[in-house]
Write a protein of this length. Structure first.
Length: 169
């Protein structure tokens, strides 16, 4: 369901003309604010609560156990909400950076995996590094967007250097 929402958001962005922005404009007006919002969300109490549930699903299942197929569906849906709650902003950062950028897919996937799977103490430090990294990404997108590889996946561009049309005389 989250994927469908992300697809709809991408369609709205395209219809609003965001796919016609230059990569520098895309970095400044889309990536920077989304990355900054991601940095702020990293320290939000709601994110931390969701992350606690995702890191320790056994406790969740013991506390919220329901019998039968319907119970399993309800538990899965509820636990899914917690998982989306801790990762939705990072997924939004990925959408802003470029959906078809393998580089950014790897970076965001590793960040999500470390945050969810690493031992708690190490994961907290990694979460702090991720917060600083997102803030630095926002600053870099504002100040030096050409240093961001692979931005601009909304229109199918795979890199920062877009082809300029030439006029033949």
């Amino acid at each position: 369901m989250f994927g469908l929402g992300a697809f709809a958001l991408l369609a709205v962005a395209r219809s609003a003309g965001l796919d016609s922005l230059s990569t520098a404009e895309l970095a400044r007006y889309v990536v920077a604010p989304v990355a900054l919002a991601g940095a702020v969300y990293q320290i939000a109490p709601f994110k931390q609560a969701c992350l606690r549930h995702c890191r320790g699903p056994l406790h969740f299942f013991l506390e919220h156990w329901r019998d039968g197929s319907r119970g399993a569906f309800v538990m899965g849906a509820r636990h899914g909400v917690y998982c989306v709650g801790c990762c939705w902003m990072l997924m939004l950062v990925l959408l802003a950076l470029g959906v078809m950028s393998v580089t950014w897919m790897v970076v965001v996937s590793v960040a999500i995996a470390v945050e969810k799977l690493a031992p708690a103490g190490w994961a907290r430090r990694a979460g702090g590094v991720l917060t600083v990294g997102l803030a630095a990404l926002a600053l870099l997108a504002l100040v030096k967007p050409s240093w961001l590889p692979g931005v601009g996946g909304m229109s199918g561009r795979s890199g920062m250097h877009e082809a300029k049309p030439s006029i033949m005389k």
